[in-house]
Ligand binder design. Sequence first.
Ligand code: PAF
Length: 290
Amino acid sequence: MPNTPPKLTRTVDELRAALAEVRRAGKTVGLVPTMGALHEGHLSLVRASKVECDFTVVTIFVNPSQFAPTEDLDSYPRTFEADMQALTTCGAELVFAPADEEVYCSGHDTWVEVGGVAEPLEGECRPAFFRGVATVVLKLFNMARADVAFFGQKDYQQAQVIKQMVRDLNVPIEIRVCPIVRAPDGLAMSSRNAYLSSEARVRALVLWRSLRLAQDLVAAGERDAKAITEKMREVILTVEDAQVNYVTLADPETLQPVSRITGPTVAALAVRIEGTRLIDNHILTPVEAI
Ligand code: PAF
């Protein structure tokens, strides 16, 4: 039998009224925050929520405060009908898709700033980004008051920033980070892949190729971070028009760069291909840490 479409709520009051009923029935609530333009990565989060929780809420909100004025807020893909279709197929029970004014009411002037873990990598390239993400995610947590929230490892630093915020501000929610979903050719699923021409999409495979190279080098015994990131850069720069924002090996908790690999390490990169900024990452585990 086909699934029924998720109930659509647009206001915080509607969301809370719908969830109050769910809680009265003793059910646990899973939250999947998204900006829409859903792909298999998002749907894997919905599936994880359905396995762990009795009731799954997906938020669809393109959060203006995490975009710098020079970034792609206006052109960010918006595919609401297709998103609702995909969420129906996955069996999500509720969608919260508020207007900007519902989330940022007039006079809104409170912001969440997470410390050190938000500073390197994305924090350096996109100075306003994590302030916007942490603020909207905390607001969504307060609006939905879910038991568990699901994020993708694709946005590795974002997940670490959210975990830090939840710890520091005693937010009563469990955070789950689910594995990156890749296309069969290795490209990490991302809503921004939609910007790539078919030729650029092929060139974008160099991100995963360079992460695999890092993995192979570590497996072959290389432990020097600079030697590994230089080889990764070399591979990336074989691709016409690739512009490297960063290629880093970092501590998986603090995101601070490491000079030697002595335990699990995150290889993280941000590269522009055909002008589209793509990020990806992979955990490198030396044999001695297995
Ligand atoms: O990862 C995203 O899609 C966004 O940064 C999030 C977590 C939904 C906040 O707007």
